[in-house]
Ligand binder design. Sequence first.
Ligand SMILES: [Zn+2]
Length: 608
Amino acid sequence: MSKTANAIRTMFRTTTLLMLFACVNGPSVAPARSETPLRPALKRSDVVFLYDNPSLYEAYGCTVLGWGQSVPTPGRLQLAHTKGVRLFAESVGFLTEFSRVIDFSPDFLDAACRNFAGQPFIVPWLWDFKHRGQPSWWWRTNSPLYRKYLESRLEEVVRAKADGLHIDDYSGTFTAVTWGKLSGCFCRHCMAGFRDYLAKNLSKDILAALGIRDLGTFDYRAYLLARGVKAEDYDRRRSQLPLAGEFYDFQVTANTEFVTRFHRRAEKLRGVPMSLAVNSNLGSPAALAIAPHLTYFCCEVETGAAARAVPMHPVYVYKLADGLSRPGASTTGGWDWAYVSDHKLPGLVRTWIALSYAFGHNFMVPHYQWCYTDKRGSFWYSGPTEEYAWLYRFVRQNARLLDGYEAVAPVAVVYDNAARRRQQADVEPICTALAERNVPFTIVVAGDDWLDYRLDAASLARRKAVIVAERLVMDKTQRELLAAIDRAGRLVRWPDDKRLEQLVPAPVRLEGVGDMLVVPRELPGNTKSSLVVHLLNRRYDGQKDAMTLQTNLMLRPRHDFVGGRKFARAMLHAPQTPSISLRITFDGQDPRIEVPRLDLWAILELNE
Ligand SMILES: [Zn+2]
């Protein structure tokens, strides 16, 4: 395992969760209203458990099981349904189930990846696990034996009548291509698959120019060895080597295809639609390629616990998930949970929970979470129920102000997948800046051959401003849509604060307060419904693990920002306090709303 900060950061953004529990079984998916049954979906107000624990359903108001149990048991899922769990997903781990793979076949090493030196290698963050004297080998999703094992797991999930399929470490083999010095995967199955890929994607002339005369006998590893590439410097040279881009493309697209087929197979066996979720942190173009095939994300999103501050990275991830029209149930990485466990910081965790729901996503209940450090390996954090359950009950009590609501977004930030594949046009700093300035926005996605999303003229036409980063790479059709926005005077090349301010003058002004996030949400297409404004306190005191109470705040949203609606009634809902009616006065047409206090999080409900 690489010890560099970046490697560690990457690791905990892409790492995994372990399955230790047991259980499941139950009725079919919730019936859809239309003729064609729909896949069970995640709702904004859902309370999601990672692992099953029926004794805690009621305390938290659990409605969804994200990972479920490692050994689905008939009956358990039915019990969950009778206790209010609507969607029970079962997880299959592409890397974590090493002990079961070892038990599955005596030839288990045939299911393991091979590095450039031809050796199998272990999953770096599972270094402390052993089974029958064997370490946690990194399995290859391109191996027929491994696929046989996964099929047996699928049958187990289906027998339990799970509502959904979750896949942990779904990226399987392709992550081993770029991860640290693993230098995967050069097994014979990947070599054969890559041969087929080249036959389909590269012309004979191009192959000839690369010195490949006979694809029938082509072996990429042998090809590189013949060009003087050595095992000890493969990783350093990888990105510059011939066919490196094609090899990675092959691994990513093969995996997307496999996961998609795996899900379809589950639905076929099950006979009803099943949701599909994977543990992708949305942290790179490769991690997004699966997005069009998902029902929702169920993943780890880094929160940087050691900084002891309300994190902003999740805001970017939530906005990107919005841009992909996929909600996300998330937890944080093992490193962050280890920090929380060691320092006892439930107050910090509550800021993560509030942040996710305010932005329309679901932070999973911390009753049982995976912790990891490179010195200690894996251990577990059992979050005390009394520290968290009341916050999730608040979510359930206010479901009507969460479900169906979407971000008010006069501003769109363009995410360019093709540019990100070249490490260009990162929009995370833009998203952080906008969120900190309380400029409501969304991300719109310009996709490419990996990501089947395209900019949409109608969506862009609705925005007062469209923000782009430098060095875009997207295709001509999508560029032309942006050129039209530019001609209409609504394109902002970041950073151009002056232009943005002209197009979208401070939508929400605050008086008497510094650090808070104001997050307006609306029911699309319903101009009579409540407008909801989430207020999140950013004044977290890391020494006391407590919020610093803010009092006597004045909120001044511009009337045109709220669609010209004139609000006459304001209710403030906050955890552990009775809801109160707030006074609204007007400064010209702009409302002024007095908020007497803000502790962790409040939901302001505005009505005409
Ligand atoms: Zn392989």
